[in-house]
Structure formats: structure tokens, C-alpha cells
Design a protein. Sequence first.
Length: 275
Amino acid sequence: MLAVKLDNTVNSHPHAGLMSADVVYVEEVEYGLTRLMAVFSSKYPKVVGPVRSARESDLEILEQYGKVAFAFSGANPQILPAIAAAPLYPLSNDAGANGYSRSPDRTAPWDLFADPDELLRGARKATDARDVGFTFDDETPAGGKRVGEFTAFWPSARATFGWSKEDARWLLTMDGSPALTTEGPQLGGTTVIIQRVDVYPSELVDSNGAATPTTETVGKGDAWVFRNGQVWPVTWSRPSADEGTSWKYEGKEFPLDPGQVWVLLLDEDRRPEIR
């Protein structure tokens, strides 16, 4: 299993390889912007990117998956010991991991791409896929409310997903522009989850002095699950970092639509706009 940290600003578009991801997380980073973390297990693209730096919150998110291979390009020096000690295989471009190359068609730092097959050769014992709390069912559950589109807001970013009946999935518009891919299709998922979590400034700062947010994904709270053009208010629970996240509607496990899952980690003080 491979996780890759990616940029998510206008300079990073179009993304490469994300259509093959099983799960894509959207996390808040410095200046209220967002980054992506894509998890691959069922299939791997020929290339993925642009690859960017890791955050402390990534380690907590990934621990539920087991000892995964984690591809990234550098990190705050203060969290490098935590990455080295985490139950994963760190594959950092800055540390000389194989599989990275620079695209002549992009400008730095948005020009770094990776070959997943080559990356995984450097982590041959990386765990296979395991249960992290997702259950799937082709049949649409009862109790949903019809939705055309919804938007999640971060301090300096916004993600709008619109339901496409033709594609049978939610299509992503990021910061007002369609989120395109080098593979052709617009980014999006069959299931999108907005998970309300605690996001707060950590003691770490970037090179310009901006505080790095910490995102707590262990605990419990509210969420919205969007599938089949509908929405359900659910609750989430994750008792510890090495356990998966359960999603429940009216006290029962909520099944997701088979296909790619997006998880938007949104501060609990913020609410999405659902239309």
C-alpha cells in the first residue's frame, strides 16, 4: 500500500495519477490552504504528483492503514524524528528515495512526480490493504436527502462537489476551477465524506513563520456522507490511531458507494454549504 502527499493549489493542476487512488484526504495546511494525501492499494498509476511535503497530522491518519509506504518531499525538520519513528516506510525525495523525477513542463516546487512501482521497490514489506472502517454496498441506503452540490470551506480554499448523473460520481471544482487530471477525467469520487475534526495551530512553523495546523482524526464527531446524489448526516468514531474510523447513521454502520472515496477534514467550527 502506498500513500502520497500532493499539492492542492492552482499551480499543482492538473494532477497526475489521482484517478487510481482508493482514498483521497483533503487536509488544512499553513495559510488556510489545503493539501491532498492519496492512498493507493487496488491499482497504481504510472506516475503521481506533484509530490509535496509531509505534515505531523499525516502520521496519525496513516497509522490506521498499517505499515504503509509514504511518499513525500521533505518535511519540517522538527517532525523528521517522528516520521522516522512512525510505523510506516518513509520514502522522501529529500532523503534520496528512488522513483522521483522533475517535469520540464512544470515550475518548482510543483514539478516533482513519482513512479509508484519504483517507490514500492524501496518498501517491499509495505502492508497490503486492510480494513480501516469503510464498508461498501451498491444499494443506496434509505434516509438520504437529494443534493445537487456542496462546498467545504477552509480559510483560504474551497472545494465544491457537484453530482454528475452521467458519471455517477461527484465532480470536484477546486477554488472555482474544475480539478482536472492528466489522465483526462475531472477529479471526484463516488463517495465524499466531510468529517468534522479538531484543527488547531501546532507549535511548529514553516520557513516563513506561519503556524502548521494539527488535525485530530482520533476521537469522535459529526460528518456528512454524500453518495448517489444524496447526503446523510452521520457520526464518526476512531478510538485510537491504530484503529479504523467507523461511520454510523442512526446507530448502524453506513455503507459507502463502491469506488473512490474522498475524505474532507474540516475544522469542527466550520460547516459546509449543501444545496
